[in-house]
Design a protein around this ligand. Structure first.
Ligand code: NAP
Ligand code: MG
Length: 496
């Protein structure tokens, strides 16, 4: 029996006001229904925002260390339920169990980091230019934040946003991706069970066009934190711009791994396999391009083909499998249409290039890991995000050309270079246009206590993760305390 989920509004589980629901199915086995979810209306969003506004008046006054304590309790629930939650996530999203355990672990790490931050929330104290006067800066919460998340990290991404937003004293209304609502629902339930006051965390399930739009347009919302495509990100920035709502955007990527002639090729090979085909290529940081030095190009391509064709594709619940399905049929079709584009553009198909629809894969949205060689920088498959198991290989003559090719995209999230040359690696760190650069490691593998985000059309300058995420969810207040008993005038009074 599929579990029936309900919206959480003002501390109560309730159906959508229309009573409508939708089924969330397993992309590896479409006859497995993971859960039944409310299909919510604008009025459900309005109720949730009202509850969050009321709860904000209480939550903002709870000392940050106490808020951290509730976050720690929620994290302990996630720790206790880790395996169960990973299994739910594999069933709803498709990625293999090792990866969904990692996704839950990322939420756990983020929770523990945020809980500790409750006792820090560092800001600044600086001297005043006047006598008998002190100056310092404190962090203040902002109000109700709308949280809109994608389907590829169904728990980690909501946790990156919700834990720090709550720690700062804000209240939340979240709308998870339609394809992966269960993981977000279980995450929010952990906070509910841990004792967050009613209305502090609310979840409203439903479509981006209805629930998402209602959230971003709601005047009672102080800020929107969004992870998803650049296309929807631009729409959100436009709407938030009209009322000057703060919005933090984590958007698409077209990440590349460079392999230089002096690199450890086995290491680089492990890196690109994991980067390109882990999570079925459905990571914002996935390796979508491989930029090979001409001296090792042919050898490396041969090594890569062999290992790629040996990857085990199948249901992520079976621990033997290494690559799961695409999240949906629509996603699989979008991947396949990019493969057609690559062929039309004249790239050479080295392996894959087709949906897998037979035998044990017949009931899922599987796609063969695909590699194109002879890709040139201006081809669409070299520039646009594909978000599936498709890797484009480009050949270059030297480091300068490699970096130029890498930068030739509208995105700038993650990047990687394999080389033993220290000068080349530092040149790459300086010249690559990306929010993240890995040296001798794949494009994926971010740690929760470091800033995460990208440049160009990957975002709008905010950084989740680390200490920087607390800057997203708080306003700075500058405080001057004058204990001179006299009117002192900055810039005017003399210093004697
Ligand atoms: P998406 O289509 O942009 O959707 C993301 C979220 O926005 C979903 O919850 C979606 O709801 C909602 N939404 C859709 N239209 C909306 C609207 N008009 N107003 C408000 N919300 C709306 O992205 P996706 O396909 O789920 O995820 C894949 C994308 O996310 C890729 O581009 C990937 O690179 C990016 N991503 C970026 C990062 C990063 O940190 N930079 C991390 C992970 C993923 P529905 O589900 O109901 O459509
Ligand atoms: Mg699903």
């Amino acid at each position: 029996m599929a579990k029936i989920y309900k919206n959480l509004i003002n501390g109560k589980y309730v159906a959508s006001s229309s009573g409508k629901t939708y089924k969330n199915i397993n992309p590896a086995n479409t006859s497995d229904v993971v859960g039944i979810f409310p299909l919510s209306e604008v009025s459900d969003v309005n109720k949730a925002v009202d509850a969050a506004k009321k709860a904000y008046q209480i939550w903002k006054r709870v000392p940050a260390p106490q808020r951290g304590e509730i976050i720690r309790k929620a994290t302990e629930i996630l720790i206790a339920r880790k395996e169960e939650l990973a299994r739910i996530m594999t069933r709803e999203m498709g990625k293999v169990l090792k990866e969904t355990r990692g996704d839950v672990q990322e939420a756990i790490d983020t929770g523990l980091y945020a809980a500790g931050e409750g006792r820090r929330m560092f800001s600044f104290t600086v001297p005043s230019e006047l006598k008998n006067k002190m100056a310092f800066v404190i962090r203040r919460p902002m109000g109700v934040w709308g949280v809109i998340s994608p389907w590829n990290f169904p728990m980690a991404i909501p946790s990156w946003k919700i834990f720090p937003a709550l720690l700062c004293g804000n209240t939340i209304v979240c709308k998870p991706a339609t394809d992966t609502p269960a993981s977000a629902g279980e995450f929010v339930d952990a906070l509910h069970q841990a004792g967050v006051p009613d209305g502090v965390v609310n979840i409203v399930y439903g479509s981006g066009s209805k629930v998402g739009e209602a959230l971003i347009n709601h005047p009672g919302i102080a800020g929107i934190t969004f992870t998803g495509s650049s296309q929807i990100g631009k729409r959100i920035a436009e709407v938030c711009g009209k009322t000057l709502k703060r919005c933090s955007l984590e958007l698409g990527g077209k990440n590349a791994e460079i392999v230089m002639a002096d690199a450890d090729l086995d290491l680089a090979l492990d890196g690109v396999l994991w980067g390109a085909f882990g999570t079925t290529g459905q990571r914002c940081t996935a390796t979508s391009r491989l930029i090979l030095h001409e001296k090792i190009h042919d050898k490396f391509v041969n090594m890569l083909k062999k290992r790629t064709e040996a990857l085990k594709i199948g249901d992520g619940l079976d621990e033997k499998n290494q690559v799961g399905p695409c999240v949906s049929e629509a996603q699989r079709q979008s991947v396949h249409s990019y493969v057609q584009i690559g062929l039309q553009e004249g790239a050479k198909l080295l392996c894959g290039g087709k949906p897998l629809k037979t035998g044990k894969n017949a009931k899922g949205f599987f796609y063969a890991p695909t590699i194109f060689t002879n890709v040139t920088p201006e081809m669409r498959i070299a520039k646009e995000e594909i978000f599936g198991p498709v890797l484009s290989v480009l050949k270059v003559k030297n480091l300068a050309q490699a970096i130029k090719v890498l930068n030739n995209t509208q995105y700038g999230l993650s990047s990687s270079i394999y080389t033993k040359n220290v000068n080349d690696s530092f040149r790459a760190i300086e010249d690559i246009e990306a929010g993240i650069t890995y040296i001798n490691a794949p494009t994926i593998g971010a740690e929760c206590h470091l800033p995460f985000g990208g440049v160009k059309e990957t975002g709008n300058g905010h950084r989740e993760g680390g200490w920087t995420v607390f800057e997203i969810f708080s306003e700075l207040k500058t405080v001057y305390v004058d204990y001179s008993g006299a009117l002192q005038k900055a810039q005017i009074d003399t210093w004697d």
